[in-house]
Design a protein around this ligand. Structure first.
Ligand SMILES: Cc1cc2nc3c(=O)[nH]c(=O)nc-3n(C[C@H](O)[C@H](O)[C@H](O)COP(=O)(O)OP(=O)(O)OC[C@H]3O[C@@H](n4cnc5c(N)ncnc54)[C@H](O)[C@@H]3O)c2cc1C
Length: 601
């Protein structure tokens, strides 16, 4: 028929290579929309105990989903675990990409899986996903805003999806290398072909330097290599795809990345400059501090107190990146730390300047455990000088704050510096006074840490309304295991069982005794019956189950510490919602678990 286009393998191939990336984007957009709606509507089920009720089926189903998806993890090696939800998302992503890459690849002669069909299509599909993996790797991104999924989780997906794309890219580039006449003679040596291969090789190298052991041993090396190689991948991708009119899929990645960097830089500048502006404007208060103060709480623990710059606001459980120019060796060396204080204007104005622990509700406090690099240099500087002031730049806040407002019972569990995450949550819960019961559990190696944490815990207890029941259980692990003699009476001592006077000072097992300073109100930690100090390891399953049994409504468990602690807590919370005396159908509380890890944990 005159004017009709002749259908050839080439026309079909090209049409499908153009259509399928769009279809995948419809699929991904629908999934994001679904997550956003769930995020908007999700609220923990409140309940009272009673007989089995069918009305509680939705709560039981949601709880079952949480247990299966988030609390069941697959352990990979010693230091890595992945939850089923992440595995599910990445499995579906792989399935979708490869099904779309390999369907309809039978040519007009009936040859199945004709490589000429899937090779270029795999390349186009991979290119179309570049903006997504870039968004997943940024800190200020629209997906976190829509779905409430924290940027750390997005980062996990960024790594996993990037590896899937690498396979897809090799399907594209590799098939051309191995197939006879894969590359036409007139294409050899062309710029777009060479830059395409350079991009794929850079991507492969990037995947290698991004593996966990490299990040753990040489984070800065990984960081700068990632920066340089990602630039080559994207630039190469733009030039290569421009030859086929597909560069519109790749160049937006530069925009996404640039916007994230711009927002971060702007924040750093604003928070660096704003204290000086406020100080210059203020005629009454000439003492506004602009420098941060750091001191050593123990040989391996630094406390950094940064005066809150005007406009810097955060929620308990969030973190900030810090840059300390006098300690950093590389430009842009920023490290993430949880903010161990709360931002509460009322408390800030109410408390007088000499009040102990005041920094935990007026400044931005970081508790920094000294490791090998930046943190060790910071600790070394302080061990020579004692307390020191320094310029600190802030890039934050980031991360999500757990929503505990509708919980009846909250269990806060921390190991070591994980208290940076749970201490502000405790203060905030006590101040709001909405939930009925809070149990704060801290496992720490050295009993000397009780000194600095004492005023803040005392403050939290004083803020809580009488309707709220708070228990503080501090487990000192190393003193009991390493230092205390085997026959010691202190190996598992419950201070509540002793008269208050005898608990004023505590034998640390070093032949010295630990005496806590009185707070402004004249109360110290050991005066309070809500506080237990135990020289043993915590039994998380017993502690959590007893709280769940006593709960009268939704229970939240928040944990931050080593991977061992996170694993123990996860398995304790993994109870069957459909069976047993605790069945949710019978009115037992539904449970939400929030796990915060410090990356290496
Ligand atoms: C979300 C989050 C919150 C954190 N909160 C705290 C906290 O409150 N208190 C605390 O003591 N530590 C916290 N950390 C850990 C802290 O960021 C690292 O210990 C610190 O960056 C190590 O710096 P370094 O140069 O001394 O590391 P190194 O001794 O060189 O390495 C130690 C570990 O830290 C990791 N690391 C190094 N640099 C970075 C970086 N820039 N970003 C991410 N990881 C890095 C390495 O991969 C390695 O696993 C947190 C980490 C994350 C991801």
């Amino acid at each position: 028929m005159p004017g009709a286009t002749k259908v050839t393998d080439r026309t079909i191939r090209n049409a499908l290579a153009g259509l399928y990336p769009k279809e995948i984007w419809y699929f991904i957009s629908s999934f994001i929309f679904l997550l956003s709606v769930v995020h908007l509507l999700a609220s923990p089920a409140s309940s009272k105990r009673g007989t089995t009720s069918l009305r509680r089926i939705p709560a039981a189903v949601v709880n079952a989903w949480r247990i299966i998806a988030f609390r069941s993890t697959l352990q990979i090696g010693k230091s890595y675990s992945i939850c089923l939800a992440d595995m599910f998302v990445i499995f579906v992503y792989i399935l979708v990409l490869f099904v779309w890459a390999l369907v309809n690849t039978t040519d007009l002669e009936g040859v199945k899986f004709d490589w000429t069909f899937y090779s270029n299509r795999a390349g186009t599909l991979a290119a179309s996903q570049f903006p997504l993996i870039t968004v997943l790797g940024t800190k200020n991104n629209v997906l976190t805003l829509l779905t409430g999924i924290s940027y750390e989780k997005m980062n996990n997906l960024h790594r996993m999806s990037a590896r899937v794309l690498l396979v897809l890219l090799w399907l594209h580039a590799g098939s051309k290398l191995v197939m006879p006449k894969g590359i036409d003679a007139d294409q050899v040596g062309t710029f777009w072909l060479n830059i395409g291969y350079a991009s794929v090789f850079a991507f492969s190298l990037l995947a290698l330097v991004s593996i966990r052991p490299v990040r753990a041993v040489a984070y800065e090396f990984f960081f700068y290599m990632h920066f340089a190689l990602a630039f080559v991948v994207l630039l190469g991708g733009v030039y290569h795809t421009a030859n086929f009119n597909y560069s519109h899929y790749v160049w937006p990645s530069f925009l996404v990345w640039g916007l994230d960097r711009f927002i971060r830089l702007l924040r750093v500048i604003i928070y660096a400059v704003s204290p000086h502006l406020t100080r210059a404007k203020s005629t009454t208060d000439q003492t506004t501090e602009v420098s941060a103060r750091a001191d050593m709480l123990s040989p391996d623990l630094v406390r950094l107190r940064v005066p809150r710059p005007p406009g810097f606001s955060w929620s308990p459980g969030q973190l900030s990146y810090i840059i300390v120019p006098s300690i950093s060796r590389l430009p842009f060396e920023a490290h993430p730390f949880s903010i161990a204080s709360i931002h509460d204007a009322e408390l800030e104005t109410e408390s007088h300047s000499a009040e102990k622990g005041k920094e935990h509700w007026s400044d931005i406090v970081f508790l920094i455990s000294a490791r090998k690099g930046f943190t060790r240099r910071l600790a070394d500087k302080l061990s020579q000088k004692g307390e020191s002031t320094m310029k600190v730049l802030l890039d934050g806040p980031y991360g999500s704050s757990p929503d505990l407002d509708s919980s009846d019972t909250v269990v806060l569990i921390a190991g070591g510096t994980g208290i940076s995450y749970t201490l502000p949550l405790l203060l905030s819960l006590a101040k709001k006074g909405r939930c009925r019961r809070v149990h704060f559990i801290w496992s720490v190696r050295d009993s000397n840490h009780l000194r600095w944490v004492s005023p803040t815990i005392v403050k939290a207890l004083s803020l809580a309304p009488t309707s709220m029941s708070i228990s503080i259980s501090i487990y000192v692990t190393a003193s009991s295991i390493i230092d205390l003699p085997k026959h010691s009476n202190f190996a598992n001592i419950d201070l509540n069982s002793m008269p208050a006077e005898s608990t004023e000072s505590l034998n640390t097992g070093h032949g010295t005794s630990l005496t806590l300073e009185k707070t402004a109100t004249g109360v110290d930690l050991f005066d309070l019956r809500a506080v237990q100090v135990l020289f043993t390891r915590p039994k998380f399953d017993k502690l959590i189950h007893s709280e769940m049994e006593g709960a009268d409504g939704h229970t939240s468990v928040c944990v931050c510490g080593s991977q061992g602690i996170a694993r123990a807590v996860r398995s304790s919370v993994r109870v069957n919602p459909f069976a047993g005396p605790n069945s949710i159908l019978k009115g037992a509380p539904s449970v939400t678990l929030h796990v915060e890890s410090f990356g290496y944990a």
